[in-house]
Design a binder for this molecule. Structure first.
Ligand code: SAH
Ligand code: SF4
Ligand code: F3S
Length: 519
């Protein structure tokens, strides 16, 4: 909470709110009969700021003894929406809850606390959460003592917090992406006061190390940086996640070594823009290529990373990735549009030509590389010709897969006020055409694997058939094949016999293949 007294009417335009008290710790108000303790609320203006203030790394995050019994005998559920960053935050949230004594459950009726870790990237992501809140209202009526919390990117938005305060007064807790480590304190406060507790910091962000994490599955996520400074004109992330800040290399490397020691077979390094890693270090010259080079030497079989922005993809990184080994031949390289004019309006800071140049350079250095991408159709004012340029770029690069989206205006971003004369039917039709093109290329790249032998990390057993296993190639292709469940978590060689658009099928073969031939 900043020391200056805040004019709440600026953020929350409700007339029925009554201020009960106010001091340096926050403000208590009453809306529709519900008392709300606002420790700190989102502030869009502040979220835009990128000051010179250096990033603080906090290591001392031991949970005090008095919090460790709060959840004894109680159960939790965390629902996660959005990207891998959020998935990974949920692992921290679960880790903290378990440190407090809570146990996981999947049964809503058994849960004493339910948290929704939300995503704000598109309107439909937000609609899902409000829909879920509608369902949870009934549970809350049946079980008034259950705590219901909303966190993640939506809670960083003023309009969302306002809407929850106004219309979903049964929520007990709202906390932001910079407040995850404060969860034990906030739960204590909500349990003790029975008021709705709101704590959303809009500061640029620190780095909090040593928080507990409850990792699940074979694949470990490792944050290498937080936040985003790119401010693409359509995107909410720079406002919900704060400024770009990199974890210290020694902390990242220690975490990766620890995961290797625990037997993880695959890790994914996470950041909104991993290629900007290290740009914010003031004392050392150390970039993403250097980090990958160090991780290349660690004994963990597969290393992935996401997401890489085309702009900061430098030659040193390409050189390091070309070493192969545990650095897999898959690069997610979001293009967003194939038109330089649209890219300019999106403020992506590269052109169609420089993107293609980069893709060719990478292909030359890593011949069996698989590219995937993200594409937005129907950006404000996108013309038919500009959309055709996206289709032609898709053909030229030949992506193995792509996430495609219809542009969704996000309040407070520059694109939200750009004139948009493209009707929704046109946008939908473009999306369909784009998806058809992507499917065609995905199918072609799968077909090329017919008869080849691929190295597969076995991830699980098919839901419908106990003897069918599934896993992924180094290039992230989904493979189904017959085998026994004790192979889960191991690497096997599979010869491809059948291909579909989004997966391939094959037979497990016993003779091993040299890692260098694996695809
Ligand atoms: N940091 C990543 C993207 C994270 S968001 C990057 O820059 O590549 C994931 C994807 O969501 C984006 O790549 C973009 O394609 C899409 N997206 C972001 N904002 C959007 C919006 N307002 N409407 C539609 N799609 C959006
Ligand atoms: Fe959003 Fe652009 Fe940052 Fe990606 S790089 S998170 S699209 S602002
Ligand atoms: Fe969504 Fe936030 Fe990720 S907006 S995509 S959860 S960074």
């Amino acid at each position: 909470m900043s020391k200056e007294s805040k004019d709440y009417s600026k953020y929350f335009d409700f007339s029925g709110a009554k201020v009960l008290s106010e001091d340096e710790h926050g403000k208590r108000i009453r809306i529709n009969g519900r008392e709300i303790n606002i420790l700190s609320e989102p502030n869009h203006r502040q979220e835009k700021q990128r000051g010179k203030q250096s990033v603080e790394v906090l290591y001392d995050t031991e949970l005090p003894e008095e919090f460790r019994r709060i959840g004894a005998g109680k159960h939790y559920i965390v629902y996660t929406y959005g990207c891998q960053m959020n998935e990974h935050d949920s692992e921290t949230i679960k880790g903290l809850l378990e440190q407090m004594g809570y146990q996981a459950t999947e049964d809503r009726k058994q849960a004493d606390i339910i948290l929704l870790n939300t995503c704000a990237i598109r309107e439909n992501a937000e609609d899902k959460v409000f829909g879920e809140l509608g369902h949870l209202k009934h549970l809350k009526i049946e079980k008034p003592d259950m705590l219901l919390g909303v966190c993640g990117c939506m809670s960083q938005e003023e309009s969302v917090v306002n809407r929850i305060l106004q219309k979903h007064g049964f929520v007990d807790l709202i906390f932001g992406t910079h407040n995850v480590h404060r969860l034990p304190h906030l739960i204590q406060e909500a349990l003790f006061s029975k008021e709705m507790v709101v704590e959303v910091w809009s500061k640029e962000g620190d780095i909090i190390e040593n928080l507990p994490k409850k990792r699940e599955g074979l694949r470990g996520w490792v944050n290498i940086m937080y936040g985003c400074d790119k401010f693409c004109t359509y995107c909410i992330v720079p406002y919900t996640r704060g400024k770009e800040r990199s974890r210290r290399p020694e902390d990242v490397i220690a975490e990766v070594r620890e995961l290797a020691r625990q037997g993880y077979k695959e890790i994914t390094l996470l950041g909104q823009n991993v290629n900007a890693y290290g740009k914010d270090f003031e004392d050392i010259e150390y970039r993403f290529g250097d980090l990958m080079d160090a991780i290349h030497k660690i004994d963990i079989p597969r290393v992935r990373f996401t997401t890489s922005h085309p702009r900061d993809f430098d030659d040193h990184l390409i050189e390091v990735l070309a070493k192969g080994g545990n650095l897999v031949e898959h690069i997610h390289l979001p293009v967003q549009s194939g038109s330089s004019q649209v890219l300019k309006k999106m403020s992506r800071k590269y052109t169609r030509e420089t993107y293609l140049e980069l893709a060719h350079k990478i292909k030359k250095a890593i011949p069996n590389v698989a590219f995937t991408t993200d594409i937005i159709v129907g950006f404000p004012g996108e013309t038919d010709e500009q959309f055709e340029e996206t289709l032609s770029l898709v053909r030229e690069v030949g992506y193995d897969a792509a996430y495609t989206f219809i542009y969704s205006p996000r309040e407070g971003t520059p694109a939200a006020v750009m004139e948009d004369n493209v009707p929704m039917e046109v946008k939908s039709e473009r999306l369909q055409r784009l998806n058809a093109a992507i499917s065609e290329y995905s199918r072609q790249s799968n077909d090329r694997l017919l008869g080849a032998t691929v190295e597969v990390l076995v991830e699980g057993v098919s839901k419908n058939n106990d003897s069918m296993l599934s896993g992924r190639t180094r290039t992230n292709k989904l493979v189904h094949f017959e085998g026994s469940r004790d192979l889960v978590g191991t690497f096997v060689n599979v010869q491809i016999t059948d291909t579909k658009t989004w997966y391939i099928k094959g037979d497990m073969i016993s003779n091993p293949i040299p890692a260098s031939d694996a695809v």
